[in-house]
Design a protein around this ligand. Sequence first.
Ligand SMILES: Nc1ncnc2c1ncn2[C@@H]1O[C@H](COP(=O)(O)OP(=O)(O)OP(=O)(O)O)[C@@H](O)[C@H]1O
Ligand code: NI
Length: 324
Amino acid sequence: MKPLLAVRDLSVRFRMRRGREVAAVSSVSFDLAPGECLALVGESGCGKSVLASALLGLLPGNAVVRGEAVLHGGGDPVDLLAADERTLARSVRGRRVGLVPQSPAAHLTPVRTVRSQLAETVRELTGARKEALADATHAAAERASFPADHLDRYPHELSGGLAQRAATALALVGDAPLLLADEPTTGLDRDLVDKTVDELRSHAGDGRGLLIITHDLAAAERIADRVAVMYAGRVVELAAADRFFGAPGPRHPYARGLLDALPERAFTPVPGMPPELGDLPEGCAFAPRCPRASEACAVQPPFDEDGGEGEACHHPVVPEGSRP
Ligand SMILES: Nc1ncnc2c1ncn2[C@@H]1O[C@H](COP(=O)(O)OP(=O)(O)OP(=O)(O)O)[C@@H](O)[C@H]1O
Ligand code: NI
């Protein structure tokens, strides 16, 4: 089966003053299958949002992007990294790729009510008019649990959680084949978190795909088919969610550390801090924090992939009897 999205060797560098460079994303490759939900996790600053922005052509001018990201859903295949701004604006963003942005407040238009923004998006993407438009606007709000009696509020009159729900409602309108959701549950209480991620997950049925970026590993466990763990700009492990959250667990020591940091598990944070992306070491960037590191880790470990799973580690945690 053809993937919905095929990302190959995606790298993003930010050019800074005095010739400095920030390596925000390095050699990321993965496929997203139709109907699949992939959760992208990792510590703050590891490159998750930059990766999502690259897929939407939303990076600032000092970004240098390399690689390929071919979207097969919703029309002719298009390389999202090579498409020009006109194509992205007209036929990709909102229509073929939906985005729940990480800072919803910044993406809502401050001088217009939620109702008017939602109605305009519904009209643009579905062609609904008049009474149908009013009904469709209500339905769109309801899908994201945005309360109808708040539709006439302006963005600054919304709490963080309500702004989040307004942004989610906007992102769902186009029924885009690929949905990118960047921390879609910030500011929501647990029951609303569950409701929101379930709604996002159900969107991914029907051959559509969902890439959800989240710090909330419980939410990832609830809806993801696979998990991608990012560290210092690289995907260091790709794993089926049941193996990742259950037995035998992740193979990359950093991924194991992330899970062990959870309050309901060992509650032991990974010691140390992630590295500066402007000053990365030659070899494995996690080695200075890694309990399994050896001299071999001075060389960048290759990503060993097998059937959509794999890890980049010289010393993965491999349970007895599983593949070498
Ligand atoms: N325009 C820019 N110029 C230079 N560096 C940038 C720019 N945008 C992002 N970065 C850097 O890229 C790195 C990755 O940032 P990114 O926002 O993708 O992290 P993240 O994984 O989404 O973190 P969080 O979980 O906090 O949202 C950071 O070190 C950030 O400082
Ligand atoms: Ni982010």
